[in-house]
Ligand binder design. Structure first.
Ligand code: SAM
Ligand code: SF4
Ligand code: SF4
Length: 383
């Protein structure tokens, strides 16, 4: 591993230097652990910082207006660079890759990238789990091509079934029926099991919780309720707009029979609840829901996710203010083994546990007290 220090990318997004020397030389196999003994299992790759929606909790119109400067095309990692980075991550234990954004389906020829990633194998010779999170607006058109390229599943974001509520939340007047058609197309193409993510904001869409649950119950699609998070610095987050998962489940149980299920794997972000039949047993045909309580119940101790931004910055936490500039390595002449070693070293030093620290602070404390430099936007590193 070289002693190279990665230079600053720009004034706004200063990069961190790769920690050197590595704590322990990395050796092939799933042995890599961060400073808190967490493995590296998931890689989220943002393929664009652009989006055709303006969800107020993510890309509010006042900030992401026509004057907003997005990354120039030359700054974006190419598909070859992304695949090369992914290969190193896979050598270090990554088994699942999620493409995200911005809106990933806006990236031209995304199928080409998917086909390249689908060629990668884990050190044990297994295929990767390749998935994608989308707002669903282009899914009806693209589902079959994505499947043919090697995508296995999709997660679709949908915040309500009521057209007026949904149009207000996406803030570009996009109709709910088009997203539902996208979900149907994904089902027909075999991009399952499909998950649907609903961000719940108190005072905005909590009345959609029950209609959404009823709509997706028994369809094979898992609906997941996400607490409105304080990601980024532009979404005007306030605790009183968070509807805690405990209240979401109360609302659901007032009308629907549900009981908790065991986590299916370590590092799973959602608490699972299964629908019950008349005998009070979980009925697999009715399916399940998930609750993602990023605000009220931190899951940092199992967090095994790394995030690669559109321009090749490696982030170790959704709430990080700085990343590591992997693009500098990817565009240089660094051999693959050195790139892999650099990523291993970064992971070995990882100590991030933002949500856990926040939950230990008195409610009145300023979030900035957590060392709070300006946090990176969700649309830049992906969800
Ligand atoms: N555009 C795609 C989409 O919406 O699915 C992918 C990117 S989006 C940033 C990924 C996920 O982050 C979406 O499910 C979205 O609802 C979620 N998200 C964005 N901002 C959020 C916030 N403040 N709190 C909770 N979830 C958020
Ligand atoms: Fe776009 Fe997804 Fe953010 Fe909504 S959540 S603005 S669809 S990136
Ligand atoms: Fe992972 Fe950071 Fe979220 Fe904790 S706050 S679960 S470390 S992304």
């Amino acid at each position: 591993m070289s002693d190279r220090v990665i230079p600053l990318v720009n004034e706004l997004r200063a990069s961190l230097a790769v920690p050197s020397p590595a704590l322990r030389p990395w050796q092939a196999g799933p042995t890599l652990r961060d400073a808190l003994e967490r493995p590296l299992h998931d890689l989220r790759i943002s393929v664009t910082d652009r989006c055709n929606f303006r969800c107020s909790y993510c890309m509010p119109k006042e900030i992401f207006n026509p004057q907003y400067t997005y990354l120039p095309h030359s700054a974006l990692l190419t598909f070859e660079e992304i695949t090369r980075a992914a290969k190193s991550f896979v050598a270090l234990g990554v088994q699942k890759i999620r493409l995200t954004g911005g809106e990933p389906l806006l990236r031209k020829n995304l199928e080409t990238l998917i086909a390249q990633l689908a060629q990668l194998q884990t050190p044990e010779g297994r295929a990767l789990d390749i998935t994608l999170t989308t707002n669903g607006s282009l899914l009806a058109r693209k589902a079959q091509a994505l499947k043919d390229a090697g995508l296995q599943r999709v997660t679709v974001s949908l915040d309500g079934l009521d057209d007026a509520v949904f149009r207000r939340m996406n803030d570009v007047d996009f109709p709910v029926t088009d997203v539902l058609k996208g979900i149907e197309a994904a089902q027909r193409a075999g991009l399952g099991p499909i998950k649907v993510n609903m961000v719940v904001k108190r005072g905005t869409n909590e009345q959609e919780i029950l209609p959404m649950a009823r709509y997706f119950r028994g369809t094979g699609i898992t609906l997941r309720f996400i607490e409105f998070m304080d990601v980024g610095a532009t979404n005007g987050w306030r605790m009183n707009e968070v509807l805690p998962s405990a209240q979401v489940i109360e609302i659901l149980q007032s009308q629907l029979a549900l009981a908790p299920l065991q986590a299916s794997q370590s590092g799973e972000t959602a608490a699972r609840w299964g629908y019950l039949n008349a005998a009070g047993e979980h009925d697999a045909a009715l399916g399940e829901i998930g609750l993602i309580s990023s605000v009220t119940q931190a899951f940092c101790k199992d967090c095994n996710r790394a995030r690669l931004s559109t321009e090749g910055q490696l982030y170790l936490c959704l709430f990080a203010s700085q990343g590591y500039d992997l693009r500098h390595y990817l565009r240089g002449d660094m051999p693959d083994t050195e790139l892999t070693q650099a990523i291993a070293s970064i992971w070995q030093h990882r100590q991030d546990r933002y949500s856990e620290l926040r939950s230990q602070m008195p409610a009145s404390s300023e979030l900035g007290a957590l060392g709070g430099a300006r946090r990176v936007e969700m649309s830049y590193i992906g969800g």
